[in-house]
Ligand binder design. Sequence first.
Ligand SMILES: NC(=O)c1ccc[n+]([C@@H]2O[C@H](COP(=O)([O-])OP(=O)(O)OC[C@H]3O[C@@H](n4cnc5c(N)ncnc54)[C@H](O)[C@@H]3O)[C@@H](O)[C@H]2O)c1
Ligand SMILES: [Zn+2]
Length: 365
Amino acid sequence: MLKLKYLGGRKLSVKELICNTSKSYKVLIEKDILNYSGVHIKNFSNAKKVLVVTDDNVAGLYAARVVSHLKKHFHEVYLFVLKSGEESKSLDIAPKLYNYLADKFFDRQDLIISFGGGVVGDIAGFIASTYKRGIDFIQIPTSLLAQVDASIGGKNGINLEHGKNLIGTFYQPKLVLIDPILLNTLPKSDFNDGMAEIIKCAMIKSDKLFEKIVGFKTSDELEEIIYESIDIKRKIVEADEFESCERKLLNFGHTIGHSIEKIYEYKKYSHGKAVSIGMATIVRAGEFLNLTEPGCYNKLICVLKKFDLPYEFTCPIKDVLENCLNDKKAYLDYIDLVLIHSIGRGFIKKILKSKLKEYIRRDIL
Ligand SMILES: NC(=O)c1ccc[n+]([C@@H]2O[C@H](COP(=O)([O-])OP(=O)(O)OC[C@H]3O[C@@H](n4cnc5c(N)ncnc54)[C@H](O)[C@@H]3O)[C@@H](O)[C@H]2O)c1
Ligand SMILES: [Zn+2]
């Protein structure tokens, strides 16, 4: 919903979504909203103390600005800067954050703000959900992937040596502020990773969004695309917050994608790129098996190419298969796969593990 609001005499055209989960919260999307973050956050929090968790890349670009806006509205504002990268989502970092909060006497009505990509959001969200059994939490996602995916839906996660996101909780934020202008400084490859998740949402739920991505030319169109992508995730999460059914649709491309990430030890392919290969693989198989309308594979790979996203894997099929079967979402003799009938119409298909190979094969189309 587009709302015109007045804030300090300034007319704002804030796009607003309400996520009605166990705890409902607003997602506000607007170019330049970062410069008004203090006012918005004050409307949702009576905190005396605020901890902004960020990483060193984002801090170098924006931390001073965020802190100065927050200081206008909150008594004590602290900044905790993590090293950028997946390694920060570790159990070693958690005590540093807990102790920092305790040293500064943070209480449950105080606030943690995550200000960064999905890594920062995941660790900050986990800390917020566990410190004193839950402290208020607000997200200001700065990467495209975090804006459309990681900041929505209330999942957080920490990695173990045994695998990614093996520890985590469901914990909804009080507010999410999305500023598309921040994406101007995001490296192109990270931008494309976020696009992969937007393409995923379009593939399972909206041919209209898919066409917008096909036609995407300038950053002016981003706000609308981000809004629609979040709206898709919002509806899915509302229907199934704790992932018993509908939310599994969001795993489109992910079973094969996770397997590919793991085979290359998370070095060769980022998550978005591995998911792109996963989506292309399953759509191609879907067409071959007459489960997916012909032509979808070609349309998908055109759009993946547009964002320099890969669509083929080169490693042995048996390795992909083996890792898919060890996926945490696989149970007993069956595995849930997400396929599409056509673009915008995803569905979940429970298949026998022994049949999985047919969905990964390359010698088709
Ligand atoms: N909780 C969830 O529901 C969920 C969903 C999807 C992904 N994730 C998690 O999110 C993480 C991936 O997120 P990501 O892709 O944002 O990775 P990331 O947090 O590592 O950010 C990617 C890179 O972009 C930099 N960056 C972020 N914003 C920037 C900006 N505005 N300008 C310049 N640089 C910027 C970061 O410093 C980093 O180097 C993974 O750990 C994944 O498991 C969580
Ligand atoms: Zn993903």
